[in-house]
Every structure is written in structure tokens, then in C-alpha cells.
Design a binder for this molecule. Structure first.
Ligand code: 6PG
Length: 272
């Protein structure tokens, strides 16, 4: 399953962990703890942002929801990190949203706003949030798909290509709001869909679909905590057919950033 395990050259000095190159060309970076994970993630995000602005004039970032990214967003908002990002050349999108108002405690937008977006000089017009407050989730999904097309300037049949997509991992193997058994897993045309997830605390959700997520130049999974160890092993080692395992950028890089607790059951990741 794994070719080698090594410390990545490029990140010497600030990656507080080690890398494993997996047969699926994904990299698993195991960090000591959640703080090290957040620091490694923040530095990697800044590297991608710098390259994107240098090469394409702007940085197209898709944020993850849930709890795990909070530490990373809060760190990115600190001056010693945020001063290294061209926020004036950054556009922020969301991978999924719960169908709740933007000030609701369960809103992914609210989490990102409080920890990052309200603390950095990003033009408000460059923050594209999903309208969780809209009762008609299907039209909210269509509206978000239209904003992707407009901001990316994509033509018919062309997919928007994020410079970086951040994703989390649920204990059932879901990512964004792509849950096991959901019909949206087979979506091939729409870039954004409304989904109903009976098992979720907030069942009604909006989510980006696999075609747009797998069109990204880079995808980073942020995964922390012992409660994720079983699912990390299932997805990365046992190759269980779960939504998170179906994230395979077609022409892009896939990096799993996990803390030691989450990588503990991984045959190699946990053995160090
Ligand atoms: C959401 C997320 C979801 C999340 C996972 C992990 O809106 O719930 O987008 O996919 O990333 O559920 O969540 P935690 O980081 O809170 O464990």
C-alpha cells in the first residue's frame, strides 16, 4: 500500500509531522497534535495562496465546515500568518452549508466568519457563501452554482478549478455534505446540490459535488482526534468505498493532514 515514508523536503522547518506517500498518490501528513496540524495547514494554505497569486493573479479557496478547521482558521487570522496572504486577491467559497441562517450556531459560514473572515482584509464581495437561510434549498444550490460560473468565468460544460479545497471527514466517511448512500454521490452534471441527510443534526444541506471537488488543483483533508482513527484507517488503508475515499483530484494533489490520534490505526501513519 505504501511506497515510502519520509519527511517532505519542501516543508522542512515548519511541518510539525512527517509525510507518507500513498499508492493512491495522496500524501498523509501526520502531525503531533491538533495545534501542530493547524500550524502545518496554515503554512501550506499560505504556500498555495502565494503560488496562485503569483501564477494566476488570484487565489480561489474553498473552505471546509465542521469543527476541525476552526484552529487553522484562527491561526490564519493571526497577523504573523495573515500578513503573508494577499487577501485582496483571494476569493473564498464554501464546500457545504447547513440550511440555517448565517448567524445560526450550526452555520459553517458563521464559524468561518468568526474565526477568520471577519479578522482579515478580504473584500466582502470576494466571500461567496451558500445561502443557508433560503427555504428553497434547490434554488439556493442553483444560485450558488451560478455564482461559481460567474466568478470563475467558466463556459458551459467547464468546471471551476479551485486552487485549494479544504475538507473534513465525518466518522461515517462523509465529507462536505456528501454522505454514504446519498444519491448526490452519483451526480455528474451539477456542481452544487441540495441534499437531505436524515442522520445529520441539520438534515437539509447544500454541498459541492464530486465533479467540482475533484477538479481542484489541490485538496487538503484536515482530520483530528481519536474518534476519527477508525474511519481514517477505513478510507486510507482499507480503501473502503466511502465518500471521502472518492475524493481523487483528476489533475491535482491530495494531502491528508491528520494528527497522531486520528492516524493511530493507520498501518504506517500510526506506527511512529
Ligand atoms: C459539515 C462539514 C462536514 C465536516 C465533517 C467533520 O458541514 O458538517 O462540512 O463535512 O467536515 O462532518 O466535522 P468535524 O470537523 O466537526 O469533525
Amino acid at each position: 500500500m505504501f511506497d515510502t515514508s519520509k519527511r517532505s523536503n519542501a516543508s522542512d522547518g515548519w511541518t510539525r509531522g512527517y509525510d507518507l506517500i500513498m499508492a493512491s498518490d495522496a500524501t498523509l501528513t501526520v502531525c503531533t497534535d491538533p495545534a501542530a496540524l493547524a500550524e502545518t495547514a496554515a503554512n501550506l494554505i499560505i504556500d498555495v495562496a502565494t503560488e496562485a497569486v503569483r501564477e494566476r493573479g488570484r487565489f480561489m479557496l474553498c473552505l471546509a465546515g465542521g469543527e476541525t478547521p476552526r484552529k487553522t482558521y484562527a491561526l490564519l487570522a493571526r497577523p504573523e500568518f495573515s500578513e503573508r496572504v494577499r487577501w485582496d486577491r483571494t476569493w473564498v467559497f464554501f464546500g457545504d452549508e447547513r440550511v440555517v441562517p448565517p448567524d445560526h450556531a450550526e452555520s459553517n459560514y458563521r464559524m468561518a466568519h468568526e474565526t477568520l473572515l471577519s479578522r482579515v482584509p478580504i473584500p466582502p464581495s470576494q466571500i461567496l457563501r451558500m445561502r443557508g437561510e433560503d427555504t428553497d434549498a434547490d434554488s439556493a444550490a442553483a444560485a450558488y452554482a451560478a455564482s461559481l460560473t460567474e466568478v470563475f468565468g467558466t463556459r458551459r460544460g467547464e468546471l471551476p478549478r479551485f486552487d485549494l479545497v479544504l475538507l473534513g471527514l465525518g466518522v461515517d466517511g462523509h465529507t462536505a455534505s456528501l454522505f454514504p448512500g446519498s444519491p448526490v454521490l452519483r451526480e455528474v452534471f451539477r456542481t452544487v446540490a441540495a441534499v437531505h441527510v436524515t442522520a445529520a443534526q441539520i438534515p437539509q444541506r447544500l454541498t459541492l459535488t464530486f465533479p467540482v471537488l475533484n477538479a481542484a488543483a489541490r485538496v487538503f483533508f484536515l482530520v483530528a482526534g481519536a474518534e476519527k482513527a477508525k474511519i481514517v484507517k477505513a478510507v486510507l488503508s482499507d480503501q473502503a468505498l466511502l465518500p471521502a475515499g472518492m475524493i481523487r483530484p483528476t489533475e491535482g494533489e491530495l494531502i491528508w493532514l491528520a494528527d497522531r490520534a486520528a492516524a493511530a490505526l493507520h498501518p504506517i501513519g500510526g506506527a511512529r
